[in-house]
Design a protein around this ligand. Structure first.
Ligand code: OXD
Length: 323
């Protein structure tokens, strides 16, 4: 079995896979062409088109992440090859931490306190009750479901939304267009954890943002394509670093949306000229919410390679659904 690895940390993956599968030939995409040609399996994160063009014998691809959008949007990806993605693989825990931090940022008023600090203002705000802080989680896949249930266990009322009906203990689940509208009206923080597919592109737009209650917040550790960035900026209101907005309402909140915590963008790295960088109500992180921990991911990668080698079927993604 010949395995080709393509990722920023390909050498570490190479060492770990070679140790677990001593009979396999494991090479990285940096190897010479004659070395890396005719691989049976590709283990990769965001592989370039040329890699597919030169590989003619691929029998399976393992995506070193949860989102397969970069792979499916690659025009050189050959059709009909099974693609297996990482499922949770230790990513849910850091994602839960990220979302919890972002929710508390708004529920415990850290955004307002940061602006008060800039004004040297000592003013305690009334504590918003968790029980009245509805959270919407769009996307109830392996990671979204864990996030929704963790927040519910923290004491927040959690509303989850998925394309198809789902049931999750402790989470009020909705689906479809009507379900989305019902959910949006009830949440103070909206968390987007949907995959990037034609059906989810721009799902957070002027219409959906207008359906949120005044003063709601947006948390996007999912995919940048979910958000219409112009509509988001519009909903955030004018950026004025002094007051936190244009016409200050005392909290520095001027838009329909109180603020946003964003980890994923339509273009990454987020271009320097993006007005999001400068908006005082936006907290930006560089797609770091849930890095793939190699230990747990390695187990899934090895299990998949062993099953393929034994001629077994492994649940693969549905390219037409995009996840
Ligand atoms: C992923 C990611 O899809 O890190 O795993 O974005």
């Amino acid at each position: 079995m010949q395995i080709l690895i393509h990722s920023a940390d390909a050498e570490q993956w190479q060492t770990a896979i070679a140790k677990a599968l001593p009979k396999a030939k494991v090479i990285t995409s940096d190897a010479a062409l004659e070395e890396r040609q005719d691989a049976d399996y590709l283990v990769a994160w965001q592989p370039p088109g040329w890699l597919f063009e030169e590989q003619q014998a691929l029998k399976g691809i393992i995506n070193l992440g949860a989102g397969v959008d970069a792979l499916l949007n690659n025009p050189a990806l050959p059709a009909g090859i099974p693609i297996v993605k990482l499922r949770d693989a230790g990513m849910a825990d850091p994602m839960i931490d990220y979302v919890r931090y972002a929710v508390l940022h708004f529920q415990r008023d850290f955004d307002h306190y940061a602006r008060q600090q800039a004004r040297r203002q000592w003013l305690e705000r009334p504590l918003a009750s968790k029980a009245e802080w509805g959270i919407g989680v769009l996307g109830l896949g392996a990671i979204g479901a864990r996030v929704a249930q963790a927040l519910a266990a923290d004491g927040f009322p959690v509303h989850g939304w998925s394309r198809h009906p789902k049931a999750l203990d402790g989470v009020r689940c909705y689906h479809g267009k009507e379900g989305l509208a019902t959910l949006l009206g009830q949440v103070k923080s909206l968390v987007t954890l949907l995959p990037n597919t034609p059906a989810t592109r721009g799902i957070i737009n002027a219409e959906t943002l207008a359906a949120l209650p005044q003063g709601a917040s947006l948390i996007n550790p999912g995919r940048g394509s979910l958000i219409d960035e112009a509509a988001l900026l519009d909903a955030l209101g004018p950026a004025n670093a002094e007051t936190g907005g244009g016409k200050d309402d005392g909290n520095g909140d001027t838009g329909r949306l109180r603020g946003a915590v964003l980890d994923a963008f339509a273009r990454e790295p987020l271009p320097a000229e993006s007005p999001l960088w400068r908006h005082p109500h936006v907290l930006i992180t560089p797609h770091m919410a849930a890095p793939t921990p190699r230990g747990a991911a390695l187990e899934q990668v090895i299990d998949t390679l062993r099953a393929w080698q034994a001629g077994e079927q492994v649940p693969s993604i549905d390219p037409s659904a995009g996840y």
